[in-house]
Design a protein around this ligand. Structure first.
Ligand SMILES: [Zn+2]
Length: 129
C-alpha cells in the first residue's frame, strides 16, 4: 500500500494502528541503534524518533545479504548487479514502518542480459541437436 493511502486509512479509522505499526522486532532493534533520522516526524504519533534504515538484498552479497547498509555505502551496493537496497522508515516510538524506496537501477538490466545470455547459449544449441 502507498504511504499516503495507509495514512488516510488510519485517519479515517479504516486501518487500525496495530496494522500499520507491526514492525518486526529485529527491524526495530536495527532502527533504534543504527537508524538515520528521517526527513520528517512520524506520521502516526508525530514523534521525532522517526528514522530510516536501508537493507541490501541480493544473492551476490552472500553473508551480507539482508544486512543493513550505512547511508554512505548505498551507492556502492546498488552498482552490484542483482542487488537491491530497500530504505524503510521506522518510528522507534510507535513501531510505524513503511518502505520508502528501493534502489537497484542495475537489477532489471541484469535480469534481461542474463535471460539473453541463456537464450543465446541454450536456445540454438538445443534446436540443432
Ligand atoms: Zn510513531
Amino acid at each position: 500500500m502507498a504511504r499516503r493511502s495507509v495514512l488516510a486509512g488510519l485517519a479515517s479509522g479504516r486501518v487500525s494502528r496495530a496494522e500499520v505499526c507491526d514492525c518486526h522486532p529485529e527491524l526495530m532493534r536495527v532502527a533504534r541503534y543504527q537508524g538515520e533520522p528521517a526527513e520528517s516526524e512520524c506520521p502516526v504519533c508525530h514523534s521525532d524518533a522517526n528514522v530510516t534504515v536501508t537493507f541490501a538484498f541480493g544473492d551476490r552479497l552472500a553473508k551480507r545479504n539482508g544486512r543493513m547498509v550505512p547511508p554512505g555505502e548505498i551507492g556502492d551496493y546498488v552498482t552490484i548487479p542483482g542487488v537491491t537496497c530497500y530504505t524503510v522508515e521506522v518510528c522507534t516510538d510507535c513501531s510505524w514502518n513503511h518502505l520508502l524506496r528501493s534502489h537497484g537501477a542495475l537489477q532489471l538490466e541484469t535480469e534481461v542480459s542474463e535471460t539473453e545470455r541463456q537464450l543465446r547459449s541454450t536456445g540454438p544449441a538445443t534446436e540443432s541437436e
